[in-house]
Design a binder for this molecule. Structure first.
Ligand code: URA
Length: 188
């Protein structure tokens, strides 16, 4: 798809997601949280699903984990406006529980369509649910980080979810290394 056609394609998809009733998560949402950023972003960051702040504001990663993500992105030289951020599930799981396998299965087609429209140079998977959805890997994150994988031909790097670093601040270094590796890979 030509770059100039991508914003309209994302808008069209976003309108479908806004009224989606494929799974039970639609019942408790304030709104679906589609994604944010540039339709021609060189890199797409993929998280798990909206939390309370995202459900209220309609944008991914605007709560505490988002603040940390923003700080890490900024320090690695990524501006939030020039990248794209999306989640595996678009509606908030009640009480911030993990998304269920059937909710992920019913929703991940929307993420895949976002990625097909944007066609980024790189995808960065944040946490176990993004890793599972994009790479089919259900084991330890330590086994997939530090290497480049592929989703439908697009290179994927994987790391821990920013919420993990809020719980385990001493592990931030690993996330930082993963982001710098992503940066270096994008320059090559
Ligand atoms: N955690 C996520 O995985 N995504 C968000 O949008 C917010 C918190």
């Amino acid at each position: 798809m030509a770059p100039e056609e991508r914003p309209a394609a994302l808008d069209e998809l976003s309108a479908k997601v806004a009224v989606c009733e494929r799974c039970q998560l639609c019942k408790n949402r304030t709104q679906a949280v589609f994604g944010v950023g540039s339709a021609t972003a060189p890199v797409v960051f993929v998280g798990e699903g909206p939390g309370a702040d995202e459900d209220r504001l309609g944008e991914p990663f605007v709560g505490a984990a988002g603040q940390l993500l923003n700080a890490m992105l900024g320090a690695a030289g990524f501006q939030r406006e020039e990248i794209y951020i999306a989640n595996v599930v678009k509606c908030r799981p009640p009480g911030n529980r993990n998304p269920l396998p059937e909710e992920m299965a019913l929703c991940q087609g929307y993420l895949y369509q976002q990625l097909e429209i944007i066609r980024p140079q790189m995808i960065f998977a944040l946490g176990k649910f993004a890793i599972q959805s994009l790479l089919g890997h259900t084991g330890a994150i330590a086994k997939v980080r530090g290497r480049i994988h592929h989703w439908r031909g697009t290179p994927v790097a994987a790391s821990y979810h920013p919420a993990f670093f809020l719980r385990a601040p001493t592990r931030k270094r690993e996330g930082w290394e993963d982001l710098l590796r992503l940066r270096a890979h994008m320059r090559t």
